[in-house]
Design a protein. Structure first.
Length: 134
């Protein structure tokens, strides 16, 4: 079996990159697809879901709160902030509408309230430490 030389490896990589670039150019752009969709008479995509309702409760001896917020929350949490005993729990809304938090990142839940409760469960009585934002 012949050895793979650096030159043939680079040539193969360049050919694959060129093929991938050609496929990307052949795919219709998002704007063209949206324009074609509008021309077909279908209604536009639905608007983003509304922010969940505010909450303030005691769960397993911990005060959890959720409310609409401004600032950097607009990006990840959809304008929503969650707190456990006054310390912010960073939450993020996924594309499918589920929510995750920095404490239970791999366990999506249906609402910010459920994310706060899941974080309290995961903390098992430990204090939530502030998470430094970017």
């Amino acid at each position: 079996m012949p050895e793979l030389s650096r030159r043939s490896a680079l040539g193969t990589a360049a050919a694959l990159a060129a093929a991938a670039g050609t496929q990307a150019l052949a795919a219709p752009s998002a704007d063209a697809a949206a324009h074609a969709h509008e021309a077909s008479g279908h209604s536009p995509a639905p608007a983003a879901p509304a922010a969940p309702a505010s909450f303030d409760e005691v769960y397993k001896g911990r005060r959890i709160q959720g409310r609409t917020a401004g600032g950097h929350h607009q990006h990840h949490g959809g304008g929503y902030a969650v707190f456990i005993d006054g310390v912010e729990l960073h939450v993020m809304r996924n594309a499918d509408g589920s929510w995750i938090s920095v404490v239970s990142h791999y366990d999506p839940v249906p609402s910010p309230r459920a994310a706060a409760r899941a974080a309290v469960d995961e903390l098992q009585g430990a204090r939530l430490l502030p998470f430094p934002a970017n």
